[in-house]
Write a protein that binds this ligand. Structure first.
Ligand SMILES: C[S@@+](CC[C@H](N)C(=O)[O-])C[C@H]1O[C@@H](n2cnc3c(N)ncnc32)[C@H](O)[C@@H]1O
Length: 184
């Protein structure tokens, strides 16, 4: 495999395609315009997708309808409340940042995204995983990335394996792709 034609999102989608089966339940913690939700719906049996913006829900609903998708539950709530809606899932997918083409002043923040990742780690089984694309810099700033990396560094290595993928020498704050696997 080569990396020059990849980015964080492409790496995350390759990982999802390899690890999700058609009887799995999955969570999209940051629905946005629904591109990850659509991919998950095509790979899994059932998908729970969260966003705090109505605009994300209407955009995603339209995308799923255009593609004939009927196995998604679209939820207008913060991802840190995900355990109120789903008790168990093979994976939880985060694409942190702001809504593409939306209001750049509304974006994910580390206080709620870290709570959501903790909730996600509670509901995945051994061999389940959490996938994270972290967009930072620009309007979003660095606070979420820095707190997230500090949190991940502190996860117990006996329980979890954390992989951090960075396009280290690319300019303009290249997004990170992170996988947390729950050890067997
Ligand atoms: C980078 S976008 C996600 C892109 C999306 N996965 C897609 O395929 O288009 C980040 C999204 O996270 C949402 N968001 C921010 N804080 C959130 C929270 N606490 N709970 C759920 N979603 C949140 C934003 O509203 C935004 O739509």
């Amino acid at each position: 495999m080569t990396y020059y034609d990849k980015n964080a999102l492409k790496l995350s989608h390759e990982y999802l395609k390899k690890h999700i089966n058609n009887d799995d339940i999955c969570v999209d913690a940051t629905m946005g315009r629904g591109r990850d939700t659509l991919l998950l719906c095509n790979l899994a049996r059932e998908v729970y997708a969260f966003d705090i913006q109505e605009e994300a829900l209407s955009s995603t609903k339209r995308l799923l309808e255009e593609n004939g998708i009927t196995n998604a539950h679209l939820i207008l709530d913060s991802h840190h409340n995900l355990k109120s809606y789903v008790k168990s899932a093979k994976c939880v997918v985060f694409n942190l940042g702001f809504l593409p083409g939306g209001d750049h002043s509304i974006f994910s923040h580390s206080d709620t995204s870290i709570k959501a990742i903790e909730a996600a780690l509670d509901i995945i089984p051994p061999d389940g995983f959490v996938s994270i694309c972290s967009y930072y810099g620009g309007d979003t700033g660095f606070e979420e990335r820095d707190n997230l990396l500090a949190f991940l560094a502190g996860l117990d290595s006996k329980k979890y394996t954390v992989m951090l993928h960075s396009f280290y020498n690319r300019p303009n704050c290249p997004p990170l792709f992170i996988v947390i696997e729950k050890n067997h």
